[in-house]
Design a protein around this ligand. Structure first.
Ligand code: ACO
Length: 426
C-alpha cells in the first residue's frame, strides 16, 4: 500500500479502499478521491464544500488559521503598502508584477478600453426605478457577451487576455453610468487624464462645470479597497465562475453568474449590510442589546462583518483596512457615530467568549463599508465596488481553468432523500 495514501474501510463489509494524498506547495494535503465513486459505489457528502478542494490553483493562497493571504506568492499587506490596484490586476492576469514601463502601458491599454457601446446604455431604461445596481451590473455584463462573441476564439490566450482587459476597464464605467442614470444625474464620461481609481470617483461624484477635487488619501483608500478584494481563492462567486466556465460558456456569462453569487449578504452584500446594521443599531447604547441577539441561538440575527468560512483568525484584509480607516478619520473624518458603534462592537466581539470560541473576527467587509461611506459612495453601490475589485480575480481564475489540458464539467452528486419510485405500475 502506498505510504502517501489514505485507507478507508467500509465497516459494513470490511472492504478497504486506498486513495492517494497530494501535496501542494503550501497548506493542507489533499486526498484525491476522484475515483471514489468508481471504487466504492458511494458518493462523499460535504455540505458547502467545507472539506473539498475543487481545483489546482497557483493564484491565491490563504492560511485561515494564521490569517495570511498571498497573491502569486506576495503577501497582501506588502502589496497594499507598496503597490497599487493595477499592479495586482497585472500580477493576477500575467502571473508576475509589472515593471514601471509595463504598468504604464497597462494603464494606457485599460484607458483605451474603458468606454462602452452607447447602445448598452439603453438597457438602463428597461429596469424599474431603484433596481439594485448588482442586478443591473449582472445584466450589463451578460449583455457585453453579445458584443464580444463573434469571431473570437476563447481558447486563444491572446484573445482572452483582450477580453480580460476590456472587462476590467469597462466595469467602473458601467457601474458609474448606472448609478448616475438611477439618480437622474447627467452622465460623466471617463476622463483619460485621470488614473483608473481616481477616474471612477470622478465619474461617480462630479458634475458638469463644477470643480471636482479629490484628496490623495481618498484615491489611496479607494484603491486599497479595490486591491483587497482582487481575489480570494475558491469562494462562492469564484466557484460559480469556474463552474459556469467548466461548461465552456462565454467568459462574460461566467462573470455575470459570479456577480449573481456575490450579491448575497453572506458574501459580497455584507459590506452593505454592515452599514445598514450599524445605522439600525443607531447608538452605542444599543450595542449590548444587539450583541445579545447575535448570541441568541433562537434569533437569526448575525453581526454583519464578522466571521469567515476560511479565516479563523483576524482577516489580514480587515487589518489593512482598519489602518486605512483610521488614516481617513484623521484626514477627512468619517461618520463618528457609526465609528463609535463599530468600535464598541469590535471591542466586545474580540473579548466575548461566544465570539472568541467560534473564531469570529472582523472580516474585510467590516471596515470597507465605513471607508466607502466616507468616500461618499452610496450604500447600494458597495457590492458593485466589490465586483470592480474582484473582477480581475474571477478572470484570472477563469484563465487558469482554460489553461488546463482537459476541463472537467463541474457536476456534483447528491444524497437523495425524496420519495422512492411511487409511479403507479399498470
Ligand atoms: N454573528 C453571530 N454568530 C455568528 C456569526 C455572526 N456574524 N457568524 C457565525 N456565527 C456563529 C454561528 O451561529 C455558528 O454558531 P453555532 O456553532 O453555535 O451554531 C458558528 O458561528 C459558525 O457559523 P457558520 O455559519 O457555520 O460559519 P460559516 O463558516 O458557514 O459562515 C459566514 C461564515 C457566512 C461568513 C458567517 O460568519 C456569517 O454569516 N457572517 C456574517 C456575514 C458576513 O459578514 N459575511 C461576509 C463574509 S466575507 C466575504 O464574503 C468577503
Amino acid at each position: 500500500m502506498a505510504e502517501n495514501s489514505v485507507t478507508l474501510t467500509d465497516n459494513r463489509n470490511g472492504k478497504s479502499y486506498n486513495f492517494p494524498i497530494l501535496d501542494g506547495n503550501l497548506g493542507p494535503s489533499v486526498v484525491d478521491i476522484s475515483t471514489f465513486y468508481k471504487d466504492t459505489g458511494m458518493f462523499t457528502f460535504d455540505r458547502g464544500y467545507t472539506s473539498t478542494a475543487m481545483c489546482r490553483s497557483q493564484i491565491t493562497y490563504i492560511d485561515g488559521e494564521k490569517g495570511e493571504l498571498l497573491h502569486r506568492g506576495y503577501d497582501i499587506a506588502w502589496l497594499a503598502e507598496n503597490k497599487i490596484f493595477l499592479d495586482v490586476v497585472y500580477l493576477l492576469l500575467n502571473k508576475r508584477l509589472p515593471n514601471s514601463d509595463e504598468l504604464k502601458e497597462f494603464k494606457t491599454e485599460l484607458k483605451t478600453r474603458c468606454f462602452i457601446n452607447e447602445n448598452i446604455l439603453k438597457l438602463f431604461d428597461a429596469f424599474p426605478d431603484r433596481a439594485h445596481p448588482m442586478a443591473v451590473l449582472q445584466a450589463c455584463v451578460a449583455t457585453l457577451s453579445t458584443y464580444y462573441s463573434r469571431d473570437m476564439n476563447f481558447d486563444d490566450p491572446v484573445e482572452y487576455m483582450e477580453l480580460a482587459k476590456r472587462l476590467v476597464a469597462k466595469m467602473p464605467t458601467l457601474a458609474a453610468f448606472y448609478y448616475r442614470h438611477s439618480r437622474g444625474y447627467p452622465q460623466i464620461y471617463p476622463d483619460l487624464d485621470r488614473g483608473f481609481t481616481e477616474n471612477f470617483l470622478y465619474m461617480m461624484r462630479s458634475f458638469p462645470h463644477s470643480r471636482f477635487e479629490l484628496r490623495p488619501i481618498e484615491v489611496k483608500a479607494f484603491d486599497t479597497v479595490l486591491m483587497l478584494h482582487c481575489d480570494h481563492e475558491q469562494n462562492a462567486s469564484t466557484t460559480t465562475v469556474r463552474t459556469v466556465g467548466s461548461t465552456h460558456s462565454h467568459p462574460y456569462s461566467c462573470i455575470s453568474a459570479g456577480i449573481g453569487a456575490l450579491w448575497g449578504h453572506a458574501h459580497g452584500g455584507a459590506n452593505e449590510s454592515v452599514i445598514r446594521q450599524l445605522e439600525m443599531i443607531g447608538s452605542v447604547d444599543n450595542v449590548d442589546k444587539y450583541i445579545a441577539k447575535a448570541k441568541d441561538k433562537n434569533d437569526p440575527f448575525r453581526l454583519m462583518g464578522f466571521g469567515h468560512r476560511v479565516y479563523k483568525n483576524y482577516d489580514p484584509r480587515a487589518k489593512v483596512l482598519k489602518k486605512m480607516r483610521n488614516q481617513l478619520i484623521d484626514e477627512i473624518g468619517i461618520d463618528s457615530n457609526l465609528i463609535k458603534i463599530a468600535n464598541k462592537i469590535e471591542e466586545i466581539v474580540l473579548n466575548d467568549d461566544y465570539f472568541v470560541s467560534r473564531n469570529l473576527y472582523p472580516n474585510v467587509d467590516f471596515n470597507s463599508g465605513l471607508i466607502l461611506k466616507a468616500l461618499k459612495i452610496p450604500t447600494e453601490m458597495f457590492a458593485v465596488i466589490f465586483v470592480m475589485g474582484r473582477c480581475p480575480g474571477w478572470i484570472s481564475q477563469w484563465m487558469e481553468l482554460k489553461e488546463q489540458d482537459t476541463i472537467k464539467i463541474v457536476r456534483p452528486r447528491q444524497l437523495y432523500v425524496g420519495p422512492k419510485d411511487i409511479t403507479p405500475k399498470n
